[in-house]
Design a protein around this ligand. Sequence first.
Ligand SMILES: [Fe+2]
Length: 180
Amino acid sequence: MNPIGIISKYYEPDSKAYNLLVTHSRQVADKALAIAANLPDHNLDMGFLKEASMLHDIGIFLTDAPGLGCNGRHPYLLHGLLGRRLLEKEDLPRHALVCERHVGVGISKKDVLNRGLPLPPRDMLPLSLDEKIICYADKFYSKNGTMPPREKSLDDVVDGIQNYGSDQVDRFLNWHGMFS
Ligand SMILES: [Fe+2]
């Protein structure tokens, strides 16, 4: 499977959204693979990790995020859920779950209800090790077009997550202990 081939079905190559998506996804893929290489006992599927990292944000074009060159009609928060639906249509159900479960540090049913989020009231949390690694790696890279694109510091990542609550920070720091 060629992730760039799938991305190119939905994004105009060389458009702003395409370039931001592919640059960001490659950064996430590189970090996810580096983490996996340090976890040899887990027999991770490197091919899957790379493909799913490249596709985790494929839903962004369906959202209203003009700063990213995306002019869809949905709130950006839905990009994971939208990506899941898209990859299920592409017959990639395992990759699809990575899309749905990577937003923030995962979103629980409790988060959806307590914060009144425009999402279905169910858990959308990373469960498998692959899902956790990609969600964790993703937090180190923004898609704001910073050139050259660089990795955020741990403090910056934690600062960003702090806004969502201490449970979220704890979840992230638990992964940090496993993956760093
Ligand atoms: Fe991402």
